[in-house]
Design a protein around this ligand. Sequence first.
Ligand SMILES: C[S@@+](CC[C@H](N)C(=O)[O-])C[C@H]1O[C@@H](n2cnc3c(N)ncnc32)[C@H](O)[C@@H]1O
Length: 394
Amino acid sequence: MQYFFILGKNPILSKAEIEAVFALQDIRFKITDYSNNILIIETEKEFDVNWLNNRLGGTVKIGKILGKVETLENFEDKFFNLVKFGEGKVYFGFSLYNLGLKTPLKQLSRKLEPVAMEIKRKLREEKNINSRWVTSRDLELSSVIVKKNKLLENGAEICFFAKDSEIIIGQTLAVQLFEEFGARDYARPSRDDVSGMLPPKLARMMVNLAQVKQDALLLDPFCGSGTILQEALLLGYKNIIGCDISNKAVSDTEKNIQWLASKYNLNIEHVEIFKHDVKSINKKIEPESIDAIITEPYLGPAIKGSEGNKQIDLIIKELDNLYLAAFNQFKIILKTGGKIIIVFPIFQIRNQSKRLAAFEKIKEMGFKVLNTDDLIYWRPKQFIWRDIIIFEKV
Ligand SMILES: C[S@@+](CC[C@H](N)C(=O)[O-])C[C@H]1O[C@@H](n2cnc3c(N)ncnc32)[C@H](O)[C@@H]1O
């Protein structure tokens, strides 16, 4: 079986998340194509696409590969062999993706209109079915368009992955649950725009990157408003500890977790939230008891971009001390072989990148870095990029 994944805005991170989830589920796969935000894989067995889609934070669309064509001419004949519909009005749409094509994709897109018109005609005249061709200004349909126009209900989104030699054809089976991620970001009772909040999609990716079994004991010692704990609960983890030095953060996390538990009917009996400084967390948590620490620590004060080098260096020094103190504690409370999925800030000021010096020291403390690629989460115009590091306690 071959499947495609349309990856989110930080594709390397999204790909690492997929690999982690497959490894945990023992699903074997081989990558057959990977370029920009497109990943195509081959698996020995079919897997439950909706289950996987509910699990991932960094993937926009998942679908199955239907076959290949050399050109788009007469694609409508293939379309009827490949795609089956139920009763009622049919909605279909096309998305074009570049998988190494040297000529502009736009040229290929012009060939789609006659194909769509022919599909509509055949549906009407030969099958007596009304249909709607769903289009967008972009070459690809967004997951919002696919969902809102019912392309996954009685219809099809066909994705064309264009190479110079051939065009791979796929059909979308699931799109990201963007409304639910949005609600968890904006509709929850407590938000903290001052300390900053991790986007739920990134929190979800970080929990998946930990690659730990469902009975694992997880800790977020800088829990803020509880975003990581929320996503961990939704992924089925039950044994969870969250703490933070701030009273507001503890109460925000409590409110958000209560809200989540009632919205999704979750059991939160084994969730513990309390106030504590990470620098002495070993006073509250048993040695060698935690399976994974998943966290975004304090990343310094809000940055405007006008800060001088000295100011940034001072912030970095303060964070270096905090991170080193935290890792000294993590060494005590984490099981051997336990994981730490943590955000390290990268300061991007005036075309300069500055990182924490603590990173090298932490490696000497007995933590091994597991990720081979840089897993960086960033957005244009952000002064602090998030470098996601996966450590293992050796
Ligand atoms: C960037 S926020 C975490 C955001 C969180 N991931 C979220 O999405 O809501 C960092 C948090 O670290 C907490 N913090 C700062 N210093 C700390 C310390 N020494 N011990 C524990 N928590 C600390 C702050 O109170 C803040 O809530």
